[in-house]
Ligand binder design. Structure first.
Ligand SMILES: [Fe+2]
Ligand SMILES: [Fe+2]
Length: 230
């Protein structure tokens, strides 16, 4: 089966993957806004400053919700399309993009869950279920509200989140060279695309996040419906 969810449809060979991952790892971080900083502080307070699989899992639970919120707003906007074909086409394209990004984030979440399961990780109700859902709920409401008030703000927040996720994964791989010796075995390998090692898998996930960041950065100034895709 041809991988469709990895890097939103592009499968990179390992050498190219490493080169692009290193470019992203050494790239300057965005200047994060207040809401993003608050979220990162909350994550560190609950799950510790160090990166762990458990923390990645929470990142992926939260990562999906802006795309859900945007898809929801796009469907509401359908009722305002009137007869303008450009507007309708733009809404359709954005809803499709938001769904593809949700699928990509869900695939990340499933693969992280699988790795946690292989490690025999046992989640607690509070840190494993209640708090991730609470964070996702608040983040959904904020993403939705910002998108309704000024879509560019919602894309700015998401760009911050995705940039942070990119660096978090790539710093983790850089700090744990043993991951490049750890074989990756997964029931999702055919769906996401094969990676020989967990290090390679995390680089692929990180480059997905970098692409999400770039997509949102492009949208910051063209976010309102009817202004096209780029
Ligand atoms: Fe993700
Ligand atoms: Fe992402």
């Amino acid at each position: 089966m041809t991988p469709t969810t990895n890097l939103m449809g592009t499968f990179l060979e390992p050498d190219e993957l490493r080169r692009r991952a290193e470019d992203e790892r050494t790239r300057a971080r965005r200047s994060y806004g207040f809401a993003a900083r608050l979220l990162f502080v909350a994550l560190d307070a609950v799950y510790g400053r160090a990166s762990t699989l458990e923390k990645f899992r929470v990142l992926e639970v939260v990562a999906r919700v802006p795309y859900q919120a945007w898809e929801q707003v796009a469907f509401v906007a359908v009722t305002h399309t009137h007869s303008d074909p450009t507007f309708a086409r733009d809404i359709y394209d954005r809803a499709a993009e938001a769904r593809a990004q949700q699928d990509n984030e869900m695939m990340h979440l499933l693969m992280i869950e699988e790795l946690l399961g292989q490690e025999g990780f046992r989640r607690t109700i509070l840190k494993g279920v209640v708090l991730p859902q609470a964070m996702a709920f608040v983040y959904y409401q904020l993403s939705w509200l910002l998108y309704v008030v000024r879509p560019g703000w919602s894309h700015g927040l998401n760009a911050d989140f995705e940039d942070h996720a990119t660096h978090t994964y790539l710093d983790y791989v850089h700090d744990h060279p043993a991951l490049d010796e750890t074989p990756w075995t997964s029931t999702f390998a055919d769906d996401y695309g094969r990676s020989d090692t967990v290090g390679e898998l995390f680089r692929r996930i990180a480059l997905d996040e970098a692409e999400h960041r770039s997509d949102s950065e492009r949208r910051i100034h063209t976010a309102r419906f009817g202004r096209g895709s780029d």
